[in-house]
Structures are given as C-alpha cells and as structure tokens.
Write a protein that binds this ligand. Structure first.
Ligand code: NAD
Length: 351
C-alpha cells in the first residue's frame, strides 16, 4: 500500500496527522510518503502542485489529502492559487468518479436542520461524474452579439463511454451496499441527458441484481429533503452531482464528519474530507479529524479492497461518538469536548 500523504493548508496538517496515527495503529504494511501541496506547495516550491508532489502521487496507489486554501495567497494569478492543486490532480490522474457518502450517526441526529425522523439512520452514497459535462465542454465563453449585447455560453456534453464508465461504478457500488441505484438526469429537457439515461439503462443489463430507478434532477433535489432515506446509491453527472452532493452532506449537519473519494478506472483514489482548510480554526487543535479518519476507511474499502479493516475504523468512530467524545463543531450539552489530537487518540483507543 503505497500512499501519498498530502496535508496541504490550514487545518490540513492537523487532521491528516490524526488520520496517519490511525493508519499506523492498524498494523498494516503501509508505505506513507508526505509532500507539500496547495499554499504549502507554493511556499515550498513555487507551485500549488509541485512536480515532485505530482510524481509522488502518480507513483502511489492512493492519496490521503487534507485540504488546500490560504486566503493570504488569493491575490496570486489563478493558476498559482492553492485550490488549483486539486483540479490538477483530478485531471492528471483522471479521477472521474467522486464518491460522497452522507451518513447520519444516531448520536449526531440533532446536528441536522431536518427533523430527526427524516434523517435518523440515513446512509446514502452519491456518485458524481467529475471530469466531463458542462464544466469541461467546449465551446464556452463570453461573446459580443451583433446588437452589441454580451452573451455567456457553455456546452453540456457527455460521450457514451464517459457515461458508461461512471454508470458501471454506480452499479458496482450499489452491489456492495443496498443494491439500489437511482440515476439522476434531466432527460425530459436535455439531449445530453437523454443519452445519459439510455446508456445507464444499457449498462444496467449487466447488473440484474441491482434495482435501477431514474429521477429528474429537480425532483431528486426535493426528494433528498422530503424523504432522503428512499435512496441507496445515486449516480449523476458533474453539474447535478455538484449541487446534490452538497445538499446531501447538509442533511447530516456536520461538515467535519464527511469523507469523500475520487477514483479512476484503476481504483486509484484521492481520499479527502469534504470540508476546506478552515483557516479560522487552524493551529488551535480544535478541528474535527473524523472526516479525514473516515476517508482512510474509504481508501481501504475502495482502493485496497479491505472492507473488513474499513469496517473496524468506522465502528471505532461510532464507538467514540457513543462514548460521548465531541470536537467543538459537533458539541452538545453533556458531551466530552476534546481537541483534534485527543479525538485521534480516542479513535486509536477504540480500534
Ligand atoms: P471550510 O470547509 O474550510 O470551512 C467552513 C466552516 O466549517 C468554517 O467555519 C470552518 O471552521 C468549519 N470547518 C470546516 N472543517 C472543519 C472541521 N474539520 N472541524 C471543525 N470545523 C470545520 O470552507 P471555507 O471557509 O469556505 O474555505 C476555506 C478555504 O478552504 C478556502 O480557501 C477554500 O477555497 C478552501 N476549500 C478547499 C477545499 C478542498 O481542499 N478540497 C474544499 C472547500 C474549500
């Protein structure tokens, strides 16, 4: 298991240190190599994604990523800003499938803004296509029309093979869970999405054991708030997935708890918490490291096929929550409020 450890900026180094502590406690043979990225990459090597960091990532089986973002570098030209590092990694490593679970722990059910009965027991997975769609389609731009008015335009496009490969990922993920896949599109209005639906149905013939359903994106946005527990796995395009995965993460109400994965065809993966570098709380030992620790569980499950070890980590996290340990972001009356390092220690102890 060759893993590139890229802590990044803000709280990145603090939360990644706790995840590394957990990895070491597993007793597995892991080759961990750290490199700077984001603002840290710019400060060390003059670029947010230094060549050495990219080479290390390419020579590894997986990446454990903290977060990038440093407001003091926001005046740099766009290509040198910290956030470009993550886009560069996605592109260079062809990370086309983004996995975003949204899970509500019984102990944190009150962190959600939704009624407990709507979210209690929620466990859904959104798979967002990450390298195609209107975000990358050409032509795009802002042009001046003959009447002198400016017009902005972008192009939504998906090739059959792009849809096919993410559909396979969706069906395979559903197979490992509740065996239900909902494909979200806008086939009633957009030709690209008509093709999306046709291809997903074709791919579904290879997975007769997985129940396939379809929803239009506007309905899916409503259903996620009305009855989110109806879903098991959702697969969708880049634009719709961007919005729906953020909506779904907020069902849980706790940004410090949610891991994510971005995978390519060889199951190489970049694993990271969904939150950013949180500069407002950096260096104070108060950030919640659990999203990063849970990202390690996803890494073991999806890149290294070690579902049983992943289960151990997830059970350990549930155990520390049940024991009443909370970082500041998820604190409640009566809880044992602990710092970043102490939360990492508690997970190791529970393991
Ligand atoms: P953010 O996710 O960093 O923080 C939002 C709020 O949530 C803040 O109040 C923060 O303190 C809190 N928070 C986030 N993670 C937490 C944790 N683990 N424990 C406790 N509280 C936590 O979003 P932002 O403030 O909009 O952005 C800060 C920087 O992060 C920006 O530079 C942004 O571009 C960058 N960013 C990076 C990524 C990434 O690396 N993938 C993602 C989002 C934002």
């Amino acid at each position: 298991m060759k893993i590139a450890v890229l802590p990044g900026d803000g709280i990145g180094p603090e939360i990644v240190a706790e995840a590394v502590k957990v990895m070491k406690a597993l007793g597995l043979s892991m080759d961990l190599n750290e490199a700077p990225i984001g603002g840290a990459g710019y400060r060390a090597k003059g670029h947010p994604l230094p060549e050495e960091t990219l080479s290390l990532a390419k020579a590894s089986d997986a990446i454990l990523f903290g977060a990038v973002g440093d407001f003091s570098l926001d005046t740099l030209p766009r290509e040198l800003r910290p956030e470009q590092a993550i886009l560069g990694l996605r592109k260079a490593l062809n990370l086309f499938a983004n996995f975003r679970p949204a899970l509500v722990y019984p102990e944190l059910v009150h962190a959600s803004t939704l009624k407990p009965e709507v979210v209690a027991g929620l466990d859904i997975l959104i798979i967002r296509e990450l390298t195609g769609d209107i975000y990358f389609g050409q032509p795009r731009g802002i042009r001046t029309l003959e009447n002198g008015e400016r017009e902005g335009f972008d192009t939504m496009r998906y090739s059959e093979s792009e849809i096919r490969r993410v559909a396979h990922v969706g069906f395979q993920a559903a197979r490992k869970r509740g065996k239900r896949l909902c494909s979200v599109d806008k086939a009633n209005v957009l030709d690209t999405m008509q093709l999306w639906r046709e291809v997903v149905i074709e791919v579904g013939k290879d997975y007769p054991d997985v129940e396939l359903s379809h929803q239009y994106v506007d309905n899916a946005a409503m259903q996620l708030l009305k009855n989110p527990k109806q879903f098991d796995v959702i697969v969708t395009g880049n634009l719709f997935g961007d919005i729906l995965s953020d909506e779904a993460s907020m069902l849980t109400g706790s940004i410090g708890m949610l891991p994510s994965a971005s995978l390519n065809e060889k199951n190489f993966g970049l694993y990271e918490p969904i939150h950013g570098s949180a500069p407002d709380i950096a260096g104070k030992n108060i950030a919640n490291p659990l999203a990063t620790i849970l990202s390690v569980a996803m890494m073991l499950r999806y890149t290294f096929n070690q579902g049983d070890v992943a289960d151990h980590i997830e059970v350990a996290v549930k155990k520390v929550l049940a024991q009443g340990y909370r970082t500041g972001d998820i604190q409640e009356p009566g809880a044992k409020v602990v710092g970043t390092r102490e939360m990492g220690d508690a997970v190791v102890a529970a393991l």
